[in-house]
Design a protein around this ligand. Structure first.
Ligand SMILES: Cc1cc2nc3c(=O)[nH]c(=O)nc-3n(C[C@H](O)[C@H](O)[C@H](O)COP(=O)(O)OP(=O)(O)OC[C@H]3O[C@@H](n4cnc5c(N)ncnc54)[C@H](O)[C@@H]3O)c2cc1C
Ligand SMILES: *[C@@H]1O[C@H](CO)[C@@H](O)[C@H](O)[C@H]1NC(C)=O
Ligand SMILES: *[C@@H]1O[C@H](CO)[C@@H](O)[C@H](O)[C@H]1NC(C)=O
Ligand SMILES: *[C@@H]1O[C@H](CO)[C@@H](O)[C@H](O)[C@H]1NC(C)=O
Ligand SMILES: *[C@@H]1O[C@H](CO)[C@@H](O)[C@H](O)[C@H]1NC(C)=O
Ligand SMILES: *[C@@H]1O[C@H](CO)[C@@H](O)[C@H](O)[C@H]1NC(C)=O
Length: 492
């Protein structure tokens, strides 16, 4: 164990930073030799700025959780011990994976314990099963090379940097929805530390009710130290050579582009995943749409399908094949990589099952107005993701906690600001954009993917008809509501 004796035991930090007795108690409990921490486990206080920063720094610095102490367990058992100690002291704690969530609800933990899972990042492939088991802190980018080199793939998200497990437990959306469903549809089992500190397995055969809850509401139910997924041979996706098309669509073509998107209703091919981001182009001083289309199938068929975008006079076009393990980094002219740089953002998301070109044009116009009026908000964007829904819909809405299987797409308004005024205005635009999308989204009331939720939504807006069962299971598995700092489901 690398423990910071000096910092911990000089009363200076304790008296200046902490007003409550509990952090001091938990510190003493953590430093007890009886814990037998693994040699690789690190416990850090904020005054060791570099190490503490490494253990807690987030992709998005806005509404960040507040921590007074961090543990980076090197083993699954140490993660379980950390939960047990925190529980015994009734000390607030939050597990962190890729630290990519932007939910404003994370700011509800103050002076808490960070259980940083980043050292639990092993990737073990079983080619017989075939399956892969990843540590609870593994990021997408750490999974792709070992799998690709072994001849396999599995559904992942659209960018390299989020936590694989963190993204999974909200549902896990992405380009594979047509062929393989959500990421949770490929999840076989998890090893999870529950609220009482036990390390148990949840799967269809073992603690099946907990496994149901984990697949959509996992952050409210435990700390997953490892997760096992079904994997698929690369032969299923054009031998792992993926056709990807990147385009910059000019403002003048926004209506025609959104018409093409809307025409995907009921016709979207099983191979297709589309991401369209309305962004401000500084060079042109104009609103544009940055587009990435991915085709998980025969290259010639894909190229024929993509050719419908030629008529829109894209400012830029790049259509290429890329090995599966390089796709997330390459997509959208490398935005997949660039987006992983730290930001200060606020996000508003919404699901839709009805596609509406007029709504997308309206939102494009709202954003154009925002960008023109508030130059310091020009790195704000509105993303529309439309993925083939075929395999997602083969699973019933009540088969997992994720309830929105008839979703065809997701939107995410992300806004950035430099001045307080633009921050205030940006919030208003966020709500305006979300309301505009909701009007034609086709759900009875707003529906939102929990991982894209802002944090102000109701439980029903996140979990729909699965809400009741979820609350019953919460009562059973976490009656004290210890896992409450991410879109808290037991807040009422
Ligand atoms: C650039 C970017 C791209 C994204 N792309 C996609 C995408 O393609 N598809 C998609 O579905 N989502 C995507 N997301 C959303 C992402 O899934 C969520 O933000 C998710 O919460 C990130 O998980 P994390 O582990 O990185 O985050 P963290 O902030 O570390 O964790 C978020 C929440 O999950 C909990 N958590 C994390 N790991 C564990 C674990 N092992 N056990 C228990 N709880 C855990 C944490 O306690 C916390 O409450 C993206 C987000 C960003 C910023
Ligand atoms: C910070 O923590 C690291 C890792 O535990 C340790 O090696 C280092 O000595 C600490 N630095 C200070 C100033 O305490
Ligand atoms: C791999 O999976 C097979 C089939 O499920 C199983 O029998 C075997 O024990 C697994 N191997 C390892 C190393 O876990
Ligand atoms: C988007 O397209 C519509 C329809 O062609 C057009 O009326 C509108 O001005 C365009 N929006 C912007 C910001 O250029
Ligand atoms: C903005 O427009 C310029 C000029 O046409 C183009 O070269 C550039 O790629 C665009 N930038 C983005 C981020 O789309
Ligand atoms: C779906 O979108 C179309 C096109 O904009 C719109 O006319 C229709 O009212 C929408 N349906 C619902 C249920 O919102």
């Amino acid at each position: 164990m690398k423990f910071l004796q000096a910092a911990a035991l000089t009363g200076i930090w304790l008296s200046s930073t902490l007003v409550h007795a509990a952090p001091r108690d938990i510190l003493a409990a953590f430093s007890s030799p009886s814990n037998n921490w693994d040699a690789g486990t690190t416990i850090t206080l904020p005054d060791n700025a570099t190490v503490f920063q490494t253990a807690t720094v987030r992709w998005n610095s806005n509404d960040a959780p507040g921590f007074a102490i961090a543990i980076t367990p090197a083993t699954e058992e140490d993660a379980a011990k950390a939960v047990t100690i925190a529980k015994n002291f009734n000390f607030p704690f939050l597990a962190t994976g890729g630290r990519h969530s932007s939910s404003i609800t994370l700011a509800t933990i103050r002076d808490g314990l960070a259980i940083d899972l980043s050292a639990l990042n092993s990737v073990r492939i079983n080619t017989t099963a075939p399956s892969v088991t990843v540590g609870g802190g593994t990021r997408f980018r750490q999974v792709v090379d070992p799998l690709y080199n072994a001849g396999f793939y599995l559904p992942i998200g659209s960018c390299p940097c989020p936590g694989m497990v963190g993204a999974t437990i909200g549902g896990g959306i992405g380009r594979y929805q047509g062929l393989d469903g959500l990421i949770i549809d490929n999840l076989l089992s998890v090893r999870i530390v529950t609220a009482d500190g036990r390390l148990i397995t949840a799967s269809k055969d073992s603690n099946a009710d907990l496994f149901w809850a984990v697949r959509g509401a996992g952050a409210n139910f435990g700390v997953i130290v490892s997760a096992t997924y079904r994997i698929h041979p690369l032969s299923r996706i054009n031998n792992g050579q993926i056709l990807s098309g990147d385009f910059v669509i000019p403002a003048a073509s926004n209506g025609s582009y959104y018409d093409i998107l809307a025409s995907l209703q009921g016709t979207i091919p099983v191979e297709l995943g589309t991401i369209s981001i309305a962004i401000w182009n500084e060079t042109l001083s104009e609103a544009t749409i940055l587009v990435n289309w991915v085709w998980l199938g025969n290259e010639q068929q894909g190229r024929r399908f993509f050719s419908r975008l030629n008529a829109l006079n894209p400012i830029q076009t790049n259509i290429y094949t890329v090995p599966w393990n390089r796709l997330t980094a390459a997509a959208a002219f490398g935005l997949g990589t660039a987006i992983c740089e730290p930001v200060r953002y606020n996000g508003y998301g919404l699901n839709f099952r009805n596609l509406s070109s007029s709504t997308y044009q309206e939102v494009f116009g709202i954003m154009d107005e925002f960008w023109r009026r508030y130059p310091d908000g020009r790195t704000s964007s509105v993303e529309i993701e439309i993925f083939a829904p075929h395999a997602v819909r083969r699973v019933a809405n009540d088969a997992t906690a994720y309830p929105w299987r008839d979703t065809l797409g997701y939107t995410l308004y992300s806004f950035a600001w430099a001045t307080a005024e633009t921050e205030r205005v940006g919030e208003r635009y966020g709500i305006r954009v979300r309301d505009a999308f909701a009007r034609t989204a086709g759900f009875n009331g707003p529906a939102v993917y929990v991982s894209y939720a802002h944090g102000d939504e109701t439980l029903e807006q996140m979990y729909g008809s699965n809400t009741r069962r979820l609350l019953q299971l919460k009562q059973k598995w976490d009656p004290q509501n210890r896992f409450r700092f991410f879109n808290n489901i037991a807040r009422r």
